[in-house]
Design a protein around this ligand. Structure first.
Ligand code: AMP
Length: 558
């Protein structure tokens, strides 16, 4: 079995010195396995079909050879005219934003030579036309957006495209892009190099392979779908009823049993607001991410989270429900351009592809609907070489699904990595009345109001983001998405947990944390970099480690 790390060095891959410098600046010491295998083949001009799990460094694996190819072209006398030579297709706008960011980081020392644009955003076609008229070297976009520009003649690839990349290829079909993709391919030249990156090799990927790849090299790297248990700790905890999930979450966050940045996954948009309002009752701020929010806001929320401006994101994973549709249904919807739901953005994706950085823990507050969904959610933590934890709350009715997921994750050792997290619920019984009090305040009406208010606010934010902040990037940092929504009255006494309610086994930990927080409040805010001082001590290296907690008599993992 190959390790997730490549072990070689970037210097041996024959990359341009400017790219190597950028790689060094990103702190990438050695290529990941996929990078080590894919880059030399891509540089030889081979078509690639690569199965790369989320967080494996797959963006670098295609971005570096693409940039290298373009730089080589610029240096040679044969390529004189400016033209769009690279096209990267992505299934979601969020991924588009992220891919462009990574490409620009890698091209930081050759930015004058390489012009990279993202057209997957929500800007009007007309607004994007002048950008495309300048013939950027690389265009990143969703298939529908790229096709729209091709049909409107603001983009032409027929005579210029040299490299096509399909990122998260398995999703490109399932997001209803099949027809768009097929039409788009008619606008491409006969010969081009293509890279197809996919987390899974399913029927859709096979179809795409037939359509775009010529004699490809298939890289089915011997790596499991998730990092091994030395990097990713996976736990599940059984909750007798719905209320126990809220109680447990309250205890985990308020008693700092989970530290660092956390993604909380829920199944619907309403659930995300219910959870946000519930946490608000205890003065725990959290951001919300869902398909109803404008794309600028979504991308900004992810970037704020990545830069440490908020610790908790509540993500509703509605797309997976769409993924569960029968393929024919999906395709019919895709063909007719029908969106997944009223007001929802079909090109929204949270658990797939998005690089949430330094996430200490993924918390499946609501049980994932499928094995694939579990894997993609858990894959939001323990990325690159960071450690992480995935904790799943399980209701009695979800036991059968848990068994399916456990079976799917069984590795060579014949043991499932998803272990029970032993937690003595009776130790937090003292917190139950507070939890019930908070749950009562979060009425259906409060959720409805919060949902409307947030959308209104984010629409305003989105407008600001689009115009004003383009010229004032520093002030962009001042825009927060984790503000309280307050449709329910927040009772100040719930902010802190009195010591008598803290389980005896955790009192020492709680005391240390309180004095730590007090010390931090007294400290003048640091101006160094973009890091929020309140968050700086919560690095991914200091993740929640149930193994340590096992030593405490009250709770522990088995
Ligand atoms: P990706 O799978 O492309 O979304 O990348 C996941 C994360 O790994 C990103 O935060 C990258 O910056 C990071 N990464 C990519 N390649 C490397 C590398 N060779 N060494 C360390 N981190 C990397």
């Amino acid at each position: 079995m190959e390790s997730a790390e490549g072990g070689g060095s970037f210097a041996h891959l024959g990359l341009d010195a400017r790219l190597l410098k950028a790689v060094g600046e990103l702190g990438w010491a050695t290529p990941t396995l996929i990078q080590e295998k894919a880059i030399p083949l891509a540089l030889e001009g081979k078509d690639l079909l690569a199965r790369a799990r989320t967080g494996s460094g797959k963006t670098g694996a295609y971005a570096l050879p693409l940039l290298q190819h373009l730089l080589r072209g610029k240096a040679s006398a044969s390529v004189a005219e400016q033209a769009v030579r690279g096209l990267i297709l992505v299934p979601t706008k969020e991924l588009g934003q992220q891919v462009v960011q990574m490409l620009r980081q890698l091209a930081a020392y050759c930015a004058r030579d390489l012009h990279i644009v993202n057209i997957s955003g929500q800007a009007e076609l007309a607004a994007q036309r002048p950008i495309l008229m300048e013939k950027p070297d690389v265009v990143v976009g969703t298939p529908s957006r790229v096709l729209a520009h091709l049909q409107a003649h603001s983009l032409s690839l027929q005579d210029s495209l040299e490299i096509l990349v399909m990122d998260e290829a398995d999703l490109l079909f399932s997001f209803g892009f099949e027809e768009d993709l097929k039409s788009l391919l008619c606008h491409l030249p006969k010969i081009y190099q293509a890279f197809l990156m996919s987390a899974t090799f399913n029927e859709d990927v096979k179809t795409l392979k037939e359509l775009v790849l010529h004699n490809p090299v298939t890289l089915k790297l011997q790596e499991s779908q998730l990092p091994d248990s030395s990097q990713l700790s996976q736990f599940h905890i059984r909750c007798e009823k719905e209320e126990d999930k809220f109680l447990l979450l309250y205890a985990l966050l308020k008693l700092s049993l989970v530290q660092g940045k956390v993604i909380l996954f829920v199944s619907t948009i309403d659930r995300s607001y219910r959870l946000k309002l519930f946490l608000e009752q205890f003065s725990i701020p959290a951001c919300i991410l869902n398909s109803e929010l404008p794309v600028q806001s979504r991308c900004h929320i992810i970037s704020q989270f990545n830069r440490g401006f908020c610790d908790y994101i509540i993500a509703s994973e509605e797309q997976d429900l769409a993924e569960q549709e029968r393929p024919r249904e999906r395709r019919r919807r895709g063909r007719k351009g029908i969106k997944a739901g009223k007001g929802k953005d079909q090109e929204y994706g949270v658990s797939r592809g998005i690089d949430f950085q330094n996430v200490s823990a993924v918390l499946n507050f609501d049980f994932p609907p499928s094995v694939a969904s579990y894997i993609h959610r858990a894959g939001r933590t323990a990325r690159a070489d960071n450690p992480g934890t995935a904790l799943t709350f399980v209701l009695p009715s979800e036991s059968a699904l848990l068994t399916v997921i456990e079976a799917a994750l069984v590795g060579d050792s014949n043991e499932t990595p998803l272990r029970p997290y032993l937690f003595r619920m009776e130790e937090i019984e003292g917190l139950r009345y507070r939890c019930q009090d908070a749950m009562r305040s979060v009425t259906k009406q409060a959720i409805k109001e919060a949902r409307l208010r947030e959308i209104k606010e984010e629409l305003l934010n989105s407008e600001k983001l689009k115009t004003y902040f383009e010229d004032n990037p520093r002030e962009l940092n001042l825009l927060h998405h984790d503000k309280p929504l307050h449709p329910a009255i927040v009772k100040p006494h719930l902010r802190n947990v009195p010591e008598y309610l803290v389980p005896p086994t955790l009192r020492a930990v709680a005391r240390t944390l309180v004095s730590k927080r007090k010390r931090q409040r007294r400290k003048p805010p640091s101006t160094k970099g973009q890091q929020n001082p309140l968050h700086s001590f919560k690095s991914a290296k200091q993740t929640w480690t149930p193994a340590k907690r096992r030593k405490a008599p009250g709770m522990g993992g088995s």
